[in-house]
Design a protein around this ligand. Sequence first.
Ligand code: F6P
Length: 493
Amino acid sequence: MFWDKDNLKRLIEERLSDFQIILVSNREPYMHIYKGGEVETIIPASGMAIALDSLMQTCGGTWVAAGSGEADREACTDGDSLIVPPQAPRYKLRRLWLTRQEENDYYYGFSNEALWPLCHVAYTRPRFDSGQWETYKSVNRKFAEVVLSEVADPRRTIVFIQDYHFALLPRMLKEAEPNLVVSQFWHIPWPNYEIFRICPWGPEILDGLLGNDLLGFHLQYHCNNFFDTVDRTLEARVDLERFSIFRQERETRVRPFPISIDFDRFEAWARAPQTQRRLQELRHSLSLGGLKVGLGVDRLDYTKGIPERLEALDIFFRKYPRYQQRFTFIQLGPQSRLHIPSYRQLNALVDSLLEEINSQYGQGRWKPVIMLKGHYSQEEVVAFYQLADLIVINSLHDGMNLVAKEYVASRVQGEGALLLSPFTGAARELTGAYTVNPYNPEEIADTIFLALENEAEQKASRLAAMRAWVQEHNIFQWSAHFLQALIHLPKED
Ligand code: F6P
């Protein structure tokens, strides 16, 4: 069945109309900042938040998230809440406020210095700190209290938790209200047991997650790693026929749901006249006239392989000198998690590699690599997608990577090449991509050359197949599959 906004809405009206939906994530879908003395709404650089906003706009309900913008308090219209999106209000955004210490220890600390590197096999060593772990627990408790305060009738409420910031929240919610339907989607990979076992609080994390009625990962492979990890760590029965885990007689279903994007929204942005105008402005302001353009779009994160990409570009310009002054690579890299030393080091490394390449090959107006670290709205990013003859996504490890799908959806003219790491979830679906091993910069350089040289028809047919896939396997299908799995949960009493 083909899923879109309308039939997802029908599914919700027919099967879930008397349910309240509460979505929980750390990152909020809309953030408020001050610009020129005014309060401005921005959408954070998070594929997850953009994708789930489309779901919430369709089904309504409440989204609980940490307030992270300097003007967030001022922008609330009803205590700690406001109705979003600003232009066409559809659902309630309930903000929760973290102290500086909570943000440091729970978000920067345990979530992003311990769990993030633990789950991404990118050879960055996780750091486990018992103080941060204590704060992670207390912030999970704080979110539980806010979620519970939003519940009208526990028998008619679905809580849908996002990500690794909340491994303990499901159990806390279930203990407080056993009749709540509790579900979670883990947006990053789940590692194998040998990797996970180094976490000093592994059993508590697994027990917390088994408070869910339904737990989703992107890939069957991540589900299998999770089954194996639980089997070797906890007293629990792993039932591989039902794809379920039973702990103290309660069942947690574990299923793959590869996340996707709102294809139509990206297509519409790509076709919008202002995108075409922006495209022309960019060509002009970045001096791109007559050049082939490559693109990278990533938060500045060590899992994304950005230094490896710059190394590949260095090889590319050396090995294929005829592309000097004929090809420019634009890297959009919003800075991220800068309180964490490994992110600061990455930032400095990227700057110095960039400087080396540009000083070695740059001539006149032509720059081999243009790095843009500012914040761009999603519509502006689509103008960059439109501009790019090819995009390089060479993540060292990535749960899904929605940029790959966004690029494919935005290439409405039917041209363009996607270079994709096999260590992303997206590589399982986007089989028309040119595969690049992120640990082999020479291969990336050669594949950039290959993609530039390949016949246009060949690239168009690869892209067409991927566009058809993403159009069908969109965020509404993802949401429908997740909700259908929830509808078919055995009822508790
Ligand atoms: O997909 C993983 C994820 O952590 C999302 O939860 C998050 O929105 C995104 O990456 C960006 O990270 P952050 O919210 O830490 O800026």
